[in-house]
Design a binder for this molecule. Sequence first.
Ligand SMILES: NC(=O)c1ccc[n+]([C@@H]2O[C@H](COP(=O)([O-])OP(=O)(O)OC[C@H]3O[C@@H](n4cnc5c(N)ncnc54)[C@H](OP(=O)(O)O)[C@@H]3O)[C@@H](O)[C@H]2O)c1
Length: 250
Amino acid sequence: MKIFIIGGTSGIGLATAIQYLEAGHRVGICGRDIQKVKLNKDYPLLQLYQLDVYDKDALNKAITDFAGDVLDIMIYSAGNYSDSSLNKLSYEDSTNMLRVNIAGAVNALEVTRDIMYRQQRGHIAIIASVSGLLDYPKATIYGKTKRALIQIADAYRRALSDFGINITVIAPGYVNSDKLRELNDHDLSKKPFVVGCEYAATKIIEGIEKNKEIVIFPSRMKYLIRLLSCLPKSLIGFVMYKKAKWSQKK
Ligand SMILES: NC(=O)c1ccc[n+]([C@@H]2O[C@H](COP(=O)([O-])OP(=O)(O)OC[C@H]3O[C@@H](n4cnc5c(N)ncnc54)[C@H](OP(=O)(O)O)[C@@H]3O)[C@@H](O)[C@H]2O)c1
């Protein structure tokens, strides 16, 4: 198969790329900094593209170059998150989240749709977050962008299903990536149910294979989110605020 992973230069995206490569598939990955990927020589079926997802033309050029006439799977793992709780968010953080988590994702959906329309089949996976599953007032901008992303993916799912194109939304809980560790001063002890990037990659690949509409992991986080969803919105907001304060860096 041919798989293109947007935001595949690190973390969950890179782990997913490696699992597909190990299984013998052709994989294209992109990000703003491809120098940090040290895999080229190990995997001749890997192609790297340096670009910003906000640049739709660059994205189109890269995916078209990689795919030719066939693209089996596109995974959008690009994402921007920062310590957005408790009023610490800068203007730059907010605009970056909107650009990468929403505008970049729409660019990716549009470009991929054009290619998959021609072949009348294909699968798109969008990495959102469990934080996008909860609806409550005063949620973080990150949570709001991921919630919007889930809604956008759902609208595309409806529009593309007649053309044989499927969409899976991935909603991970905490995943032990370099980025998450950096943001938390390398201390994830206050993050519940943390899983590794390899585990996340396996769940993503499984979800795509089973053509699931949504994949939420790990299970304990899924049940916790289900439980929280039953509460009144104001109470969810209170619980989330307390949790943010408790896990605040000293
Ligand atoms: N880790 C978690 O706990 C967790 C939980 C839930 C959801 N998620 C979501 O999972 C996805 C991956 O997260 P991660 O933890 O693996 O973080 P990560 O290692 O920082 O991965 C993010 C990827 O996005 C790329 N990227 C960011 N901005 C970009 C831009 N403007 N243009 C092109 N590529 C860009 C990065 O590449 P470059 O730096 O090379 O541009 C990188 O490859 C994100 O969408 C995140 O929101 C993560």
